[in-house]
Design a binder for this molecule. Structure first.
Ligand code: SAM
Length: 302
């Protein structure tokens, strides 16, 4: 690393390689040449914030036991957290009009009224809250059409009895998880949320929109690093959108394999618009409708 006078310090190629490998091992994010300057900027920023005077000292800190916290902080600084409500409308239409009604019907036939959905890489919460609203609507609609043998509870919950909806939303960044848990959004973040959803699922608090407590209770936020093996099991549906695109092919392959194990039989995986399972796994069957794509787990005989 060189620090010329008045110049921004630059990492050498070897230094960049070291930190690139460490970050990849920690969280699966892969910084190729196109993203190397982003990696360099963030490393130098953290290095200054830690008050460390050389790359060597910073790297030693990252490798040490007390430096674990700093490594997590660096990773957090490298994440891209862009997200929005009702992102990828075509895919959500497929979810709402085909995948969800099929799943609800299947569960009803089995008299199993539990639904478990995992939003992996949930960022500031717009994705899991979108799912909570869509599933709550779908369950209410299906219950009106074929009422369950139950006494309706008062006041009316967003999910009709006897259904139990559990949405797990996870991320590697604590700061986005905190914001997600808070569930308070500015007007400009609400552009894709139509009037009917705003009215039923949000409270207007000053200039902001707060997700109603009853909807928040459907979503459980937690830290999970997708690089690790210990991931939430027995999901009916997994959304992991715009996360895999930051991993290299080997890591994507490993992740898809893990998702296969984390899904219930016939469960579904939704990935981002720019992502695909093509060439990564033959354990999923692709469903494609009007520009929306989902992948259904197929059962492989041992
Ligand atoms: C671009 S956002 C996508 C948010 C949302 N899924 C969407 O599509 O709108 C990617 C998120 O993945 C998270 N992420 C990146 N690597 C991760 C990892 N190894 N484990 C868990 N989350 C990770 C980032 O912190 C970030 O919040």
């Amino acid at each position: 690393m060189s620090m010329g006078e008045g110049q921004a310090p630059a990492l050498t190629e070897a230094e960049l390689k070291l930190v690139q490998t460490l970050v990849y091992q920690e969280c699966g994010m892969y910084f190729d040449e196109r993203r190397a300057s982003f990696l360099q900027d963030r490393v130098i920023r953290r290095l200054k914030e830690c008050g460390v005077d050389s790359f060597y000292s910073y790297y030693r800190l990252l490798l040490s036991q007390p430096g674990k916290k700093e490594l997590a902080q660096l990773v957090e600084n490298l994440t891209v957290n862009e997200t929005s409500f009702f992102r990828n409308k075509a895919q959500l239409d497929l979810f709402q009009h085909e995948v969800l009604p099929g799943l609800i019907e299947r569960q009803r036939e089995r008299r199993d009224y539990n639904l478990r959905i995992w939003s992996a890489g949930c960022s500031t919460g717009q994705e899991p809250y979108t799912l909570a609203m869509l599933v709550a609507d779908a369950l209410s609609y299906s219950t009106v059409r074929s009422p369950e043998p139950s006494v309706p509870a008062l006041p009316k919950p967003p999910v009709p009895v006897p259904w139990r909806l559990e949405i797990l939303a996870s991320d590697i960044s604590y700061s986005v998880l905190r914001a997600a848990q808070e569930g308070s959004y500015a007007e400009h973040q609400m552009s894709a949320v139509d009037y009917s959803f705003r009215l039923r699922y949000f409270d207007k608090v000053g200039a902001r929109y707060a997700v109603k407590q009853s909807v928040k209770e459907l979503v459980h936020f937690d830290f999970h690093n997708l690089k690790t093996e210990y991931l939430p099991q027995r999901n009916d549906i997994i959304f992991c959108r715009n996360v895999m695109m930051y991993f290299d092919e080997a890591e994507q392959r490993r992740l898809v394999e893990k998702f296969h194990r984390c899904l219930n039989p016939q469960g579904y995986l939704f990935v981002g618009h720019a992502e695909s399972l093509l060439g990564l796994s033959d354990k999923f069957q692709m469903l494609h409708r009007n520009a929306g794509t989902a992948y259904q787990r197929v059962e492989v005989s041992q």
